[in-house]
Design a protein around this ligand. Structure first.
Ligand SMILES: NC(=O)c1ccc[n+]([C@@H]2O[C@H](COP(=O)([O-])OP(=O)(O)OC[C@H]3O[C@@H](n4cnc5c(N)ncnc54)[C@H](OP(=O)(O)O)[C@@H]3O)[C@@H](O)[C@H]2O)c1
Length: 251
């Protein structure tokens, strides 16, 4: 995708990776529309940024998505980039007597159904544009799971497969499909502790790498993936799956 001259709609734009990506694109002069449930965050982020708009959105609510899509269709008819980035993550102990499926259901609803629903709402608009891109945020954990996050990792594996099919189905339609697969990054995805966890990649450094990869069109097969995650991406092919799985999930 080109990194200037776009009109971009990004879900999960109120914090973390989505917010930082929105700001990076906005710094390059793109028109950016951020979406999320927290109105105070939307207001604070857009307050000092002309050409950035905030729209309240809950991707788990089809009516909310329909309303936002209608607003974007009316107010931003040149929308050419969708970044479906909203997501949630929670650990789950499937061995606990108290374990029940509510957490997994919430993750599936947001990370899977929410993304599919978002793409469905915006794809018709994108298909009318000459330089259109759909990007969705999966995870490097799509390729080898961290077992403490079973539904989360499975939701990202779903997205990896689904985006592969979407890309193939759109091969004769000029809508590029990108999969953003972040490593462990300093955001509040799993709680405040993650934002300062020294094992996680600093957010600014990650976004700088992503913008560099997009600028250079350095995303083979549409996968925007850091080199350090290639081992996980190709673990199965390279016969390293068991070793990497064991490293990530000590017995
Ligand atoms: N940080 C990492 O280590 C990492 C690694 C791999 C992949 N990812 C993925 O990156 C994406 C962004 O996560 P992050 O790390 O930046 O965490 P984050 O700061 O918690 O951001 C999550 C975003 O999703 C939005 N969101 C959650 N549920 C929503 C809903 N029902 N409707 C609309 N928006 C919703 C949140 O906005 P509101 O609360 O305002 O609605 C927030 O802006 C996620 O898909 C995550 O799985 C993150």
């Amino acid at each position: 995708m080109k990194t200037t001259g776009n009109t971009i709609f990004i879900t999960g734009g109120t914090s973390g990776i989505g917010r930082a990506l929105a700001e990076a694109f906005h710094d390059r002069g793109n028109r950016v529309i951020i979406a999320g449930r927290r109105q105070d965050r939307l207001d604070a982020i857009t307050h000092t940024r002309p050409r950035m708009t905030g729209l309240k959105l809950d991707v788990n609510d089809p009516a909310s998505l329909d309303a936002v899509a209608a607003t974007v269709r009316a107010d931003f008819p040149d929308l050419n980039v969708l970044i479906a980035n909203a997501g949630v993550s929670r650990p789950e102990d499937l061995t606990a007597d108290s374990w029940e499926s509510a957490t997994a259901e919430m993750i599936v609803e947001t990370n899977i159904v929410g993304v599919v629903r978002t793409v469905a709402a915006f794809l018709p608009m994108l298909k009318t544009q000459p330089n259109a891109t759909v990007m969705a945020t999966s995870s490097a954990l799509a390729f080898v799971p961290r077992t403490a996050f079973p539904a989360y990792c499975a939701s990202k594996a779903f997205l990896h497969s689904w985006l592969t099919s979407l890309r193939h189905q759109l091969r004769n339609i000029p809508v590029e499909v990108l999969e953003l697969s972040p490593p462990y990054v300093q955001t509040e995805l799993t709680g405040a502790g993650q934002a300062t966890d020294p094992r996680a990649m600093p957010l600014g450094a990650y976004i700088a790498d992503v913008m560099q990869m997009l600028d250079a069109e350095n995303h083979p097969r549409g996968e925007v993936l850091l080199e350090r995650d290639f081992a996980r991406r190709w673990a199965e092919r390279d016969g390293r799956y068991d070793d990497i799985f064991a490293m990530m999930n000590p017995a």
